[in-house]
Design a protein around this ligand. Structure first.
Ligand code: SF4
Length: 345
């Protein structure tokens, strides 16, 4: 695959570019279906900060489980844990959500008369604003399911804006094939690199040319989610606004917890990670392939350029995210005391 066609490299470079220019959270590869979980994965999601963004960063660096947010717990009065989660929540799921909420510091618990009670450490804040979903298709000559994916984004309207990002020259015919509401960006990448005085200098640059602005999508109205398609027929689900609102919150929470630095750095001598001062993030650049590489899918002994690294660099991408974005890796938290399940047993 040529560098220009590498969706992985394209995605990482675009994320680094967006992170440097937008406030809030940038994340990638997040589920954005409601009726058919996993049916639609958004390549990139940008979450604009809401009025209480800082309150969210003070709670936990992780994704808060939806059942814990939905719970009738609140920060004031502790409740028996079984009564704290929504009635429609399966007991196993409820238990896991309570455990997770305690583990990440969103709930604290106490023992009374042999029963476990929980409360929120803080009121769940109004922390996110607009959600933007970006579909990456560097090469429009190989569109795959692009049209169907974008039609889903528009008819479901889970995100406030849907955008197609490409490296291809965008023709009128391309624009006619995708819904009018979808914004279109042409992304110009300059991956030229020069070695000077033995040191690698990177001038990896990304510019975004707006070909068409997106039209805001009706996130507060019912959405239509296409499900299975058969010849002559497509099953759909109508998604009511309250379900969409919950799904939007789940999406924002997943974005907050996950971010976009979810790639690995190849354990290979050919890997020369980029300098975040130049590229906005430590990106897994391979000298042998002369492009960014996905350590999880392409790297290893089966690659002809592979040579095990003698002393692999320790690169802490979480610490980098903490330094370079408003996400906080280790908030002091609001727990009055740390409580593990073990202390009750
Ligand atoms: S395994 Fe291959 S693609 Fe991966 S860093 Fe090494 S040479 Fe590059």
């Amino acid at each position: 695959m040529s560098p220009s066609a590498s969706e992985f490299a394209f995605e990482l470079e675009l994320c680094a570019h967006l992170e440097a220019r937008r406030s809030g959270i940038v994340a990638r590869q997040l589920g954005a279906s409601v009726a058919d979980p996993g049916g639609r994965i958004l390549d990139v999601v940008c979450v604009a900060p809401g009025p209480e963004f800082e309150d969210r960063t003070a709670i936990t660096s992780e994704t808060v489980p939806d059942a814990a947010i939905e719970s009738d717990v609140g920060p004031g009065r502790a409740r028996y844990w079984k009564n704290a989660v929504p009635d429609d929540c399966h007991p196993d799921h409820a238990r896991r959500a309570v455990e997770r909420a305690c583990e990440i510091g969103f709930f604290e618990r106490e023992r009374r008369k042999g029963r476990e009670y929980v409360r929120q450490v803080a009121r769940y804040p109004d922390w996110y604003g607009r959600l933007v979903g970006i579909e990456n298709k560097p090469d429009l000559g190989r569109p795959g399911d692009l049209e169907a994916q974008l039609r889903t984004d528009v008819s479901l309207a889970l995100v406030d804006e849907a955008i197609l990002a490409t490296e291809s020259y965008v023709t009128r015919a391309h624009l006619n094939r995708i819904p009018d509401e979808v914004g279109v960006w042409r992304v110009h990448r300059d991956g030229s690199r020069t070695a000077q005085s033995g040191a690698l200098e990177s001038d990896l640059e990304v510019e975004v040319e707006v070909i068409r602005e997106p039209t805001p999508l009706p996130v507060d109205e019912p959405g239509i989610e296409p499900l299975e398609s058969r010849p002559g027929r497509t099953d759909i689900a109508v998604v009511p606004p309250d379900e969409k609102a919950r799904a939007r919150r789940r999406l924002a929470e997943r974005a907050y917890g996950k971010g976009w630095r979810t790639y690995g750095i190849p354990d290979c001598r050919a890997c020369e990670p980029t300098d975040p001062a130049d590229t906005g993030a430590t990106l897994p650049h391979c000298e042998w392939a002369d492009r960014l590489v996905d350590a999880n899918s392409r790297c290893g002994p089966s690659c002809p350029g592979y040579e095990p690294a003698a002393d692999p660099d320790e690169i802490d991408l979480e610490a980098e995210r903490d330094r370079r974005t408003p996400w906080v890796a280790d908030p002091t938290g609001k727990r009055r005391r740390q409580s593990g399940l073990g202390q009750f047993e």
